[in-house]
Design a protein around this ligand. Structure first.
Ligand code: NDP
Ligand code: HSE
Length: 430
């Protein structure tokens, strides 16, 4: 009987050796035997492209593999892993890898949410795989379930905490008594937030992930620019304390919904009832709920960031791509056949909790309630504290209404003579 030929090793090029890349390299090098058995061929790490090869690195990284010549590394690779981040040169390198016939794996949600379709189209034309499980919620398997496991179902809603840094910051504001700046500094010290925390704090990172999830869930192209985005910069310690007093936690949520009219995708801080599972997501963890007609509610929970958890998702994708190289076949293509209309941000339906300081005079509550009612918005609860120095604090929670009606209501309430200040307006979700 002929002895089977040992499978040819697959040349793997790694672009980036930072937080994620270091752990990807470690897994490829330390788990080579298991990965070869699972992939059907040895995965040979051909090189690791970095900006500065002379920088000190983790002891697990063989210096001989480091190169500053990413272009040469990509040429001739079977699988290219991109964990550099940023738009360029990541996009150009991925395109050249695809055109050269390599399968690609990326964790770069910023690039995918801005220009994913160019990469998907190129991969389709070249007949190669593009995988990106790590781009949304780190270690949590969410891209594959939405793209593949739910391909036979009708997803109605995706709701989640997809940014670990802001979840940590809000958690510290609630439990550690820190203000926003103090909590961000702490997140930086712990390595969650970057030196420039803008992408996390202002919701860009969550918006990119929301765009990717919405595109997959609704078979419709959604880019980062289509996502209504509001970060946590305006959240005060007072908001967080009031949230707790009214039985809520403040969370930065990504919400993608499909209604009869179209698709709405938004990222904003919201009050979540304390008994809702999302309120229990602490620290830098992530959680995503998916509601589908057939499957019903599904929940995915785990570490949304960090080198090792993210590398787990990346290497899983590498094994999938490698199996296709060895056995034939190809992963799913971009699916945009539904091309649902994208709804404007003010079409979303939500509830508001409004805190306002008013003159403590007879009839003021009725006046405020009258203006709210005139805009077709219904009040669910009212709570009053004070008075202090002739001013009372009102906390109104509305029933669900269109964002446009709620915004018009707030604008009108603001003009009422007894209203001293609208202290905060937060959406209530879950
Ligand atoms: P880092 O900043 O830690 O690492 C980036 C790496 O890429 C570094 O090794 C850097 O080289 C290299 N690099 C950057 N630009 C170039 C360039 N022009 N040419 C060659 N090499 C370059 O990033 P992370 O590891 O944190 O993130 C990587 C990707 O993974 C990003 O897309 C990010 O969004 C995504 N991601 C990150 C997660 C996390 O928890 N960190 C979680 C999920 C996804 P050098 O070392 O020489 O500076
Ligand atoms: N900065 C992101 C977060 C990790 O805090 O969740 C990368 O997706």
């Amino acid at each position: 009987m002929p002895v089977p030929e040992p499978a040819r090793g697959l040349r793997v090029a790694l672009l980036g050796c930072g937080v994620v890349g270091t752990e990807v390299a470690r897994m490829l090098l330390e788990q080579g035997t298991d990965l070869a058995a699972r992939a059907g061929a040895p995965l040979e790490l051909a090189g690791i492209a970095v900006r500065d090869a002379s920088r000190p690195r983790d002891a697990a990284i063989p210096r001989a593999l480091l190169t500053e010549d990413a272009e040469s590394l990509v040429a001739g690779a079977d699988i290219v892993i991109e964990v550099m981040g940023g738009l360029e040169p990541a996009r150009g390198l991925l395109l050249r890898a695809i055109e050269g016939g390599a399968a690609v794996v990326t964790a770069n949600k910023a690039l995918l949410a801005v220009d994913g379709p160019t990469l998907y189209k190129a991969a389709d034309s070249a007949g190669v795989d593009i995988y990106y499980e790590a781009a949304v919620a780190g270690a949590i398997p969410i891209v594959r379930p939405v793209r593949e496991s739910l391909a036979g179902d009708h997803v109605r809603r995706v709701l989640g905490i997809v940014n670990g840094t802001t979840n940590y910051v809000l958690d510290q504001m609630a439990t550690g008594g820190l203000d926003l700046d103090g909590a961000v500094r702490q997140a930086q010290e712990l390595g969650y937030a970057e030196a420039d925390p803008t992408a996390d704090v202002d919701g860009y990172d969550a918006a990119a992930k929301a765009a990717i999830l919405a595109s997959l869930a609704f078979h419709t192209r959604v880019s980062a620019d289509d996502v209504a985005r509001e970060g946590i910069r305006g959240i005060t310690s007072d908001d967080v304390a009031w949230a707790a007093r009214t039985g809520h936690a403040v969370k930065l949520l990504a919400i993608a919904e499909q209604t009869g009219e179209g698709v709405s995708v938004r990222v904003h801080p919201a009050l979540v009832p304390i008994d809702h599972p999302l309120a229990g997501v602490k620290g830098a963890f992530n959680a995503v709920f998916v509601e589908a007609d057939g499957a019903g509610p599904l929940m995915f929970y785990g570490q949304g960031a960090g080198g090792r958890p993210t590398a787990s998702a990346v290497v899983g994708d590498v094994v999938s791509a490698a199996r296709h190289r060895v056995l034939g076949g190809k992963g799913p293509q971009e699916s945009t056949y539904a091309a649902r209309p994208l709804l404007p941000p003010d079409a979303a339906v939500t509830r508001y909790q409004v805190r306002l300081r008013v003159a403590d005079l007879p009839g003021v509550l009725a006046q405020v309630a009258g203006v709210v009612g005139d805009h077709g918005v219904s009040i669910d609860t009212v709570r009053q504290t004070g008075p202090s120095e002739g001013t009372a604090e009102l906390v109104l929670t509305t029933h669900a209404a269109r964002e446009a009606s709620l915004a018009a209501t707030i604008a009108a309430v603001r003009t009422l003579e007894p209203v001293r200040e609208i202290t905060s307006v937060l959406r209530v979700e879950g």
